[in-house]
Design a protein around this ligand. Structure first.
Ligand SMILES: [Zn+2]
Length: 292
């Protein structure tokens, strides 16, 4: 059941309790929760992909955000990543779990593989990938030039929790690997895919960047859980990747992925107990605007 409340760019708004944990994923992850409140949040960067859907999992408040919008109408390159992460933070989110569908770049990473990456390569081309672009916000404040470290793009605590959650569901995950993010929406050519493999990269997706980088800029913990839905063009010998195949495999795995996500939610540290470096990614530098 989904209740509706309208909240404009706030920390939760009247009568709506916020959430400390964000899950960027579609309706398959929250639609069966008992009591879900839908709130619309605006941001200085425009609206996020969709409403936030706030509910409770294992006693923790969670905000779900459909990355592509309900009905999956937004292609990866048109997602307003800045608005999405800003909106989550504005309702109290400090830790983000980010499941996504990927292609496997090695024959052993076939459909149904769950890989929790520890590295990221950005091969996108046309996305706004920072909050620190020097352009004024609607309220007139101008962001400072800030360079955050993304040497280790994922939260170590979140990764450990995700891996443990998967193992607890008898789904042995691949611990670590490199997610290369392409612009899309087309899939890779065979030459591109073979090149990605030759670099030693593990999986290929279209949404992991700039999501991870923007999360770091907002001092959010960010953990990616990648579900392999197909072998990428260079790792198989057939016709290449099809969209139908991706959707079919994702649907077949959404129940157990939801189980892993919910166990991970339960295992994440409390919002005030984060001991990782994500918490101080700005290192005390002044971003020039107030974080939401
Ligand atoms: Zn962290």
């Amino acid at each position: 059941m989904v209740n509706k409340a309208n909240v404009a760019n706030t920390g939760g708004g009247a009568n709506v309790e916020g959430a400390g944990i964000g899950v960027i994923g579609g309706s398959g992850f929250y639609s069966f929760l008992d009591d879900v409140t839908e709130i619309q949040v605006d941001t200085p960067y425009g609206p996020p992909s969709d409403s936030l859907f706030l509910g409770e999992v294992a006693g923790r408040r969670v905000a779900f955000l459909p990355r592509h919008g309900r009905g999956h109408h937004l292609p990866p390159h048109r997602i307003n990543y800045r608005a999405n992460l800003w909106a989550l933070r504005s309702v109290g989110v400090r830790q983000v779990l980010a499941p996504c569908a990927v292609g496997g770049l090695r024959p052993e990473y076939g459909p149904g593989t769950l890989l929790v990456p520890d590295q990221l390569v950005d091969r996108t081309k046309s996305r706004v990938n920072t909050y620190f672009d020097g352009l004024p916000l609607p309220d007139g404040t101008v962001p400072n030039v800030v360079h955050v470290s993304l040497a280790d793009p994922y939260c170590p605590a979140g990764r450990a929790v995700a891996l443990k959650a998967a193992r607890g569901r008898d789904w042995e995950p691949v611990d670590g690997g490199t997610l290369v993010v392409i612009e899309g929406p087309r899939f890779s050519t065979r030459a591109e895919s073979l090149w990605h493999q030759a670099q030693g990269w593990s999986v290929v997706g279209m949404t992991g960047h700039p999501e991870a980088a923007l999360a770091r800029e907002l001092e959010l913990c960010y953990t990616s859980l990648t579900l392999v839905t197909d072998l990428d063009a260079g790792a198989e010998t057939g016709e290449g990747v099809s969209h139908d195949e991706v959707l079919r495999v994702f649907a077949a795995n959404v129940d157990r992925l939801r189980g892993v996500l919910f166990d991970a939610v339960a295992g994440l540290p409390g919002e005030d107990e984060r001991g990782c470096l994500c918490v101080s990614a700005l290192g005390g530098m002044d971003p020039g605007f107030a974080l939401p």
